[in-house]
Design a protein around this ligand. Structure first.
Ligand SMILES: [Zn+2]
Length: 41
């Protein structure tokens, strides 16, 4: 069921930017632990 998939992702630990502490969306694995804003710097 879809709800089970959503719950699964909710239970995953959120990745947080090591620079500003903002939650990172799981789409830039290659950049490590920085959010988009901090990656441009
Ligand atoms: Zn950041």
């Amino acid at each position: 069921m879809l709800e089970n998939v959503i719950e699964f992702f909710k239970n995953l630990p959120a990745k947080v930017c090591t620079v500003c502490g903002k939650e990172i969306e799981e789409q830039h694995e290659c950049y490590g632990n920085k959010c988009d804003d901090c990656n441009i710097l």
